[in-house]
Structure formats: structure tokens, C-alpha cells
Design a protein around this ligand. Structure first.
Ligand code: NDP
Length: 313
């Protein structure tokens, strides 16, 4: 006997600001959305601390708390929120198929993709071997473990600058490894880094190896003159940007050269009718919680219009 396949009108993949906002709008429009939360329920904001730039929180809020608020609001209108990771899709027909956790197939009239982005890594074998044993891509999650110790952070964008200053409050010394002769971070963030006495910025430098047996004991860096330096650190943080979580869609959706889903400008529409892309999975420019939420709203409105135009009730 073949297993009954569940069919839904609106399937939301991912649970960051884009996914939850899409859910709030879709649920209020009676689309009965089902959401699969993915590997990191709540998304990237669950690994941040203070959020001060999201409108409606004049005193600021904590990222994880904010995502709990988003979730509660989506549930209030009846979104069916489930654990599970979308592991493959088939967008070849008018009814879209999504496989959850490699075993359960769901079919949907509309799909709202809100899979976000994940941290990038340097790609060193020692980085992979020591990941979780002193190597981390989240200072806010793991900085606490290195209280009073010396650590290094790689990267020169706003994230690296923000995390370096965060670590500087906890750690004795923070080495910031910057590959060019300048940082990409905003001037305000750079000033904050340069005014923090226990941060040492190492320009024109790259990481050759992370050293250590069971955990990080040092990092070997090299500058543009070929001079090597061993940093005696116990924590090694990587903050070099993010990769959109779009690999499962690549056979069906048009992606740009770095993997972001291309949408029709001014909409969340992808090249596949009924499939909409929102949030960081399709935005390499703004990447803010508020812009992700806005695009989640667009995804739900586009899905609603698509269903109406196709007579799907
Ligand atoms: P970015 O892409 O802005 O920066 C990545 C940084 O990592 C760059 O400095 C880059 O160097 C460096 N890098 C990349 N690959 C390597 C490598 N293999 N080895 C060494 N260094 C490397 O990413 P962020 O995560 O910092 O920021 C993403 C977006 O989010 C940005 O738009 C940022 O402004 C925003 N943001 C805003 C915040 C705020 O306003 N509070 C906080 C955090 C992020 P290079 O410069 O040489 O390319």
C-alpha cells in the first residue's frame, strides 16, 4: 500500500524573520501555511545578542527573544510549525514536491523559501578538525568559553568588527586577522575596534594553520612579506561572511554566481511559478532582519495572488 502524501496550499521552508513574517501573512490570509523550521530554528538572529535597529523595540531586544515573538505571532494565526529540514525538492511540475529529512514527501501549491544563509569557513583541514574544539563561527555563542583567554578572529567586515569588540569584553586579548591593508567594516565599527585596547589588528595577514591536538593551542599566520607568526590563542573565530542555503534548489531555480536565488525585481517570484524566495536566501545586499521580514511579507502576498489567479482555494 503506498503511503499517503500530504498536500498543503502554502509550504514555508525556513524560520528566520522572512519565514515567520511570511507565515503571519499567509496564516491571516487563510492559506493554512505549514512551516519547516530547518537546522537552526529562528535563524541567524538566535545567535546574536542585542538587536537595536529593529523598529518597534525602542529599548532594543535580544535576538533569540525577538524570534520567539515572531514565532508566537505566527502560531497565533494558526501556522503549523514543524521540526524538520528540507533535504531535496522537485519543482518540475505544477505541484511542487519537497522532501523533509530525506524521508517525508510533501506536495504544495506554493512554496515560500526562507532558508537564509550560513557562515563561511576558511577551508583549512585544521579548522574543520578543531571545529567545536576552539574553532567557532559565532563569538556570541562561544565567546564565553574563552573568558580571560587570548583568542583570534578572522575577517574584516561588520560582523568581524562587532564580534571582535564583543570578545574583547570577555577575553584578555583579541587578534583580528585582516587579509588586506584595510577593513571592509563601516567607519564607526572600525573606530570601535581601533579604540579597544586589547584588540590587535593584524593587516595583510592570513591564516596558514590552526594548531592543536584535541583543542586549539595556537594559530599560525603569515603576512604579505611571507613572515610567519604564531599566535598563542585557545579560541579561533571565523567571521568572513555567509553562504546562502540554496543548494537543494539549484537544479530548478536560477541562482546568481554566489548561490543567491534570483527573483524578478520588485517581487519574490522565482523562475518557477508558485515558488517564491525571500530573506537572505535571495538578498546579498541588505541582509537585515527588517529587510528579510519585509521580503517574507512579499512572499506571502505573492503566494496568495498566485493561488487566487490559478483558482486554487
Ligand atoms: P562581509 O561579506 O561584509 O565581510 C566579510 C569579510 O571577511 C571581509 O572583510 C572579507 O575580506 C573577509 N574574508 C572573506 N573571505 C575571507 C578569507 N578566506 N580569509 C580572510 N578573510 C576573508 O560579511 P559580514 O558578515 O561582516 O557582513 C555581512 C553584511 O551584514 C554586511 O552588509 C554588513 O554590513 C552587515 N552587518 C551589519 C551589522 C550592523 O550593522 N550592526 C553587523 C554585522 C553585519 P575583504 O574585505 O578583503 O573582502
Amino acid at each position: 500500500m503506498s503511503e499517503q502524501i500530504e498536500h498543503v496550499k502554502c509550504l514555508i521552508i525556513g524560520s528566520g524573520p522572512a519565514g515567520y513574517t511570511a507565515a503571519i501573512y499567509a496564516a491571516r490570509a487563510a492559506l493554512k501555511p505549514v512551516m519547516y523550521q530547518g537546522l537552526q530554528p529562528g535563524g541567524q538572529l538566535t545567535i546574536t545578542t542585542e538587536v537595536e535597529n529593529y523598529p518597534g523595540y525602542p529599548k532594543g531586544t535580544q535576538g533569540p527573544e525577538m524570534m520567539e515573538d515572531f514565532k508566537a505571532q505566527a502560531e497565533r494565526f494558526g501556522t503549523d510549525i514543524r521540526w524538520g529540514l528540507a533535504t531535496s525538492v522537485d519543482f518540475s511540475g505544477p505541484i511542487h514536491k519537497v522532501v523533509i529529512d530525506e524521508k517525508t514527501t510533501i506536495t504544495a501549491d506554493t512554496i515560500i523559501i526562507a532558508t537564509g544563509a550560513s557562515a563561511k569557513w576558511l577551508g583549512l583541514p585544521s579548522e574543520e578538525r578543531l571545529n567545536g574544539f576552539g574553532v567557532s563561527a559565532c563569538a556570541v555563542c562561544d565567546g564565553f568559553f574563552f573568558k580571560g583567554q587570548d583568542v583570534a578572529i578572522v575577517g574584516a567586515g561588520d560582523t568581524a568588527a562587532e564580534e571582535a569588540t564583543y570578545l574583547a569584553k570577555l577575553c584578555k586579548k583579541v587578534y583580528m586577522i585582516v587579509r588586506r591593508d584595510e577593513m571592509r567594516a563601516s567607519k564607526a565599527m572600525q573606530t570601535r575596534v581601533l579604540n579597544t585596547p586589547n584588540i590587535e589588528v593584524l593587516y595583510n595577514s592570513s591564516t596558514k594553520e590552526i594548531l592543536g591536538g584535541k583543542s586549539v593551542e595556537a594559530a599560525l599566520i603569515v603576512n604579505d612579506k611571507g613572515e610567519e607568526r604564531k599566535l598563542d590563542v585557545t579560541g579561533f573565530f571565523v567571521a568572513i561572511g555567509h553562504q546562502p542555503n540554496t543548494a537543494i534548489f539549484k537544479d530548478y531555480l536560477t541562482l546568481d554566481e554566489t548561490g543567491y536565488i534570483q527573483t524578478i525585481p520588485g517581487s519574490s517570484k522565482t523562475n518557477v511559478p508558485g515558488v517564491f524566495a525571500t530573506g537572505d536566501a535571495q538578498d546579498h545586499i541588505y541582509r537585515q532582519a527588517v529587510t528579510a521580514a519585509g521580503s517574507g511579507c512579499m512572499g506571502a502576498l505573492d503566494a496568495e495572488r498566485y493561488l487566487a489567479a490559478n483558482g486554487i482555494h
